[in-house]
Design a protein around this ligand. Sequence first.
Ligand SMILES: *Cc1c(COP(=O)(O)O)cnc(C)c1O
Length: 394
Amino acid sequence: MSNNTHNWKPATTLVHAGALRSNFGEVSEAIHLTQGFVYDTAEQAEARFKGEEPGFIYSRYANPTNDVFEKRMCALEGAEDARATASGMAAIAAALLCDVRAGDHVVAARALFGSCRWIIETLMPRYGIEATLVDGRDLQAWEQAVRPNTKLFFLESPTNPTLEVVDIAAVARIANGIGARLVVDNVFATPLQQKPLELGAHVVVYSATKHIDGQGRCLGGVILSDKTWIEEKLQDYFRHTGPSLSPFNAWTLLKGLETLPLRVKQQTESAGKIADFLADHPKVSKVIYPGRKDHPQADIIARQMTGGSTLICFELKDKTAAFGLANALDIVLISNNLGDAKSLITHPATTTHKNLKPEARAELGIGEGTLRFSTGLEDSDDLIADFDQALSRI
Ligand SMILES: *Cc1c(COP(=O)(O)O)cnc(C)c1O
């Protein structure tokens, strides 16, 4: 059962769900900037620590402002429980590491956010957890990678930066067939455009830094799953390793959630127009956009996503052209964040994906001329005019 007991639509959920007002009855959520909480009696403290009485103990465990953010995310996602974290990577590291031990094996799609790949390829093996990276689009590769000790599947879809799509329901069936858990990084789709839990995934993770804040103000993350997994697998790991979100940032993210549907809708509409403009431009050799019919996996997108995307991946002739365009853009800023109110462009080969070997980049389709564009809230006519003038100068 989700916290969405009212059966509200997302826009209503994101303004009201999980409200927890103090005695003052404030309209905007209170920011509880406190490390801990006091007890009326020693007996009450004992009961709280035993878990016999509900209530807050220490902000590393839980905090009222964070609680509202977690409940609101649960209502949106259709998840039973959640934990908010200090960053997206804190969420992903916790979700992956809390559930494996030395001797276990993990299968992950190779098209991952750079830091996620480092956890799978470099960190996990240090602790005796083996991993196999596969082409996430190839269902046979997932099946063939399975070993008797495979405990975890991990993927992101659409992927960063080339916006490839993984068939989440099909991968979830393979995971379920062997009793492994599927963790999905749903950042690129946003919780509004894709529901991994409904598609059979067990755990969903977000970098709330991206669309959820969406205004470049703070880092944050969240892990969502069923109550049993959160309590039995994540809870102790979370309490004792301390990836907790600052209550101030939880409040900032709550403000972000209120406008998330408006922003994602507007940014997706603009992205669709800009993708069409770029696809028709003679200097652009390729456009990958999940909202276009020419996306190589348009059939899967139609099955598992409700919108296009706020992101566009496109290709110019070479690095000189890519740098030239980024430098010639006037409104669009050069930055590696995404989902922001400001339109941002990044050259993955020299920034977000510079740590990959050239062969690994080639496998992912990241070339020297590849650019990733994150559509902001500016007027789409102005953004198209900006691309038009910048392309004419390269
Ligand atoms: C940004 C991002 C992360 C990491 O999130 P942080 O908040 O920067 O720690 C993980 N996965 C994806 C897909 C991302 O875009």
